[in-house]
Design a protein around this ligand. Structure first.
Ligand code: PLP
Length: 386
């Protein structure tokens, strides 16, 4: 008997390969860091989101050992059953204080937190307004909510305003990445808040890449946004925080509502409490992390100066540790990425459909764990292969 569906999958896989769109996983041995062993080879990694170098930090490792002895490995149940550990609770309190919001709720991943917030805030009579370059998890969350989903051109506030003005929806949410994950630019938070106030909408900001890095580590919120009840803030905790999970910070009625209504919070086992203990230590390191952030800023300057005169391709205007180098065609990005790997430098090619057609790029990310020599090596290799 033929299995036509399986044959179609196999044809689909072959087509992806022909278009240079097939993805593969590289195998990491040992710890995350600036230098990693990937597929059995030592390379300098310019692709992790471990911006502060906390993922394998000795203080975090010690906190994990201590927590392991205190609370074991698994959470055992969902938060609303018996899984809500004091470590989870203490982290939520500390996180809310640090980012300057009244309350916080810890999730297992950023993807789940986005699904939770948008599905709990709006239903079929609501409307979600999203920047076109928002992360896939926000796009999926908006769809899953059943709300009317409208996308505005990246950063186009005039278009957003006309969409808001034309909406008759009762509950409205403006949803945006705070730092855009593939471009590295920062959303105009106060201007978005102006529109949220004018049209009585929530403003939901996903700061996966700003938390730990911007504003002494407190993330990309402005003072006005911190103080506003309509701003709901998300930090993911597997990037600069170096651990995993995500925290939503907002007015206490919002976090209470999520506990009551958000299915990706309710119907899942709590994350291991030892991770929350590591996150508490991570928060301390982030708070005391000015030296790490200064080193990171120095690397960003060094890279931008070093690549300024490259003719084949260009760096996008980004002041964050995400430094995309746009080359255009998928095949060219892949070719450059391979050539860099031959020189022991791991820089991923980001292709369509993750980014718009014709803007395939090398997504360089920098970390405080890099040395100036690592960055110099990348600059030299980029000149050789471009
Ligand atoms: C990484 C990322 C997420 C997902 O967070 P995870 O904790 O990895 O699931 C959500 N939003 C943005 C903008 C991201 O970059």
């Amino acid at each position: 008997m033929t299995h036509a569906a399986l044959t179609r999958l196999q044809q689909g896989l072959a087509a992806l390969k022909d278009d240079h769109l097939d993805r593969r996983r590289r195998l990491l041995d040992g710890a995350q860091g600036a230098h990693v062993t990937i597929d059995g080879r030592r390379v300098v990694s310019f692709c992790s989101n471990d911006y502060l170098g906390l993922a394998a930090d000795p203080a975090l490792i010690r906190s994990a050992h201590a927590a392991l002895d205190a609370c074991g490995v698994g959470a055992g149940a969902a938060h609303l059953i018996t899984g809500h550990h004091r470590f989870h609770h203490d982290f939520e309190t500390a996180f809310a204080r640090f980012v300057g919001k009244p309350a916080a709720l810890l999730f297992s991943t950023g993807y789940m937190a986005n699904l939770a917030v948008l599905t709990a805030l709006v239903g079929r009579r609501g409307a979600v307004f999203s920047d076109k370059l928002n992360h896939a998890s926000l796009v999926d969350a908006a769809k899953l909510s059943g709300a009317n989903c409208t996308r505005y051109r990246h950063g186009d506030l005039a278009q957003l305003e006309s969409q808001l003005a034309n909406s008759a929806a009762q509950d409205k949410v403006i949803a945006s990445d705070l730092v855009f994950s593939m471009d590295g630019d920062i959303a105009p938070v106060d201007a978005l808040l102006d529109l949220a106030e004018r049209y009585d909408a929530w403003l939901y900001l996903d700061d996966a890449h700003g938390f730990g890095v911007l504003n002494a580590g407190r993330g990309g919120l402005t003072e006005r946004a911190r103080a506003s009840d309509r701003v709901i803030y998300l930090a993911t905790l597997g990037k600069a925080a170096g651990v995993g999970g995500a925290a939503v910070a907002a007015h206490a009625s919002v976090t209470d509502w999520l506990v009551q209504k958000a299915r990706p919070y309710i119907y899942t086992t709590a994350s291991p409490p030892l991770l929350a203990a590591c996150l508490l230590e991570s928060l301390r390191q982030i708070e005391a992390g000015d030296a790490r952030r200064e080193r990171l800023d120095g690397h960003v300057r060094q890279l931008r100066e070093g690549l300024a005169d490259l003719k084949r391709g260009h760096l996008m205007p980004s002041a964050t540790p995400i430094q995309p180098f746009v080359v255009g065609a998928n095949a060219d990005a892949v070719r450059m990425s391979h050539a860099l790997l031959e020189r022991g430098l791991l820089v991923p090619a980001i292709r369509t459909p993750t980014v718009p057609a014709g803007t395939a790029r090398l997504r360089i990310t920098l970390s405080a764990a890099h040395s100036g020599d690592d960055v110099a090596q990348l600059v030299e290799a980029m000149h050789a292969v471009a």
